[in-house]
Design a protein around this ligand. Sequence first.
Ligand code: SF4
Length: 479
Amino acid sequence: MSVFKPARRWQPAFYPFKKEKLNRRILAKTELCIKGPLFGCRMCGNCLLQETAFICPMECPKGMRNGPCGGITPEKKCYVDETRKCVWYAIYQRALKTGREETLLEVLPPLDWDKVGTETWGDVVRQIRKVGTGKFIIGVLSKDKEKKSEIWNSVFKTIRQPEWWKGDGEYHQALSCEPVSDLEKRLRAGEFVVATEVTPPTGAGTDKLIRNIELVKPFVTVINFTDSSSARPKMSSIACCKVAIDQKSEPVFQIAARDTTRTGMQSAVIGMNAVGIKNILCVTGDNPITGSLPTSSMNFVDIDSVQMLWILRRMRDEGIYLDGRNIKNSPKMFIGAATSPFSSDPVLQAIKDHKKINAGAQFFQTNLIFEPERLDLWLEQLDKRNVLNKVFILVGVAPLKSYKIAQYLHTKVPGVSLPEKILKRMEKAGESAPEEGVQIALEVIDSVKRKQGINGIHIMTLSWESIVQRIVTESGLGR
Ligand code: SF4
């Protein structure tokens, strides 16, 4: 067992794909023998320990390298394996304690799989030599904090931020001020917008999909199409978006890191733009453990949602692919991200959201909110970080149709929790549960539309599309 790692067990270390030279193999074994017991190191070959408060993020089952997902349980455990603590929660807590929380804003790269399983000390030694061994030692021992961090970064930042990534902790404003979609135009104009979602069909037929799009279209600005929500296969988001465009409505293309790779995502974005989709929402996606049998790999996403945002923003604003190739007609898009304001402490959650905004998120769609008063703390934290004015926020609202659905959301959906009073109201309502659910949704909307920093709502219909008209009309948000 390792000394400093928060998780229950030490997950197996990686091995290199190619046979390494003997000296590198010996160095790798030595590194594993020392860093393994100390930090739970898995030999990812792309070490970030200096930036993650000396807790190895590779213990996260999803392989998140830029902060927690939205699925931390109320006990701060990992929802993929509730027997262990969320490694990212532990990293954030330690960073806060040691006053290093701002280092968590740096957008860290995805794994370079060529290096996985290999030693990293060689790179460090080479970089120290380049900087000058004496200069490095003097700098590290210096009492001057700035000098110390400068010399430290000249070695470690160069290693962890390769040329093909160049991540940082700064805010990058979108280059063009021209809105690319109706959603962006309305938000920029200060309109309180309504988004909704239509459930993608499980078969290849589009009749019901078209009917539902027609049903909600007159009352909303955009329609989201989830990307295999709950890790269950359905019609792809991109196909649903194309159907929506054909019906003259504006879609939001959701893309889940769970099912995509760095190559696949970049190709999908070029494709989505070619067929006229302009809004994209990057989500990490529910882990396969929540989905259908047989369970697919619970281990690892190729790129996490922060990395997705960083790549997309650079494709749009710098006109380059991740591999550095120029894009002739770079994609025009309004980039969004999901957030779970209550999944962890508001202070910690705001750090993660700040990072997403820095990386490229222009709008947020939140997870389902049933306690709007709790949003204030989170909004306050975003404001303190001076990013509340840099992102548009759409609050997730759901009309509960039954007590069973309320219970399901509360116990089975990562990042969603319903307060006792809502569960009780739904239980007590009996046969009038759908009416009670609508009233709850209207109360939430009434509360959030008066909050500063909230720019709209996102009605997650849970396959109850016919209720959108009533909610929009009765909440006074009709166009
Ligand atoms: S999967 Fe999510 S909850 Fe689990 S350790 Fe990773 S970030 Fe934490």
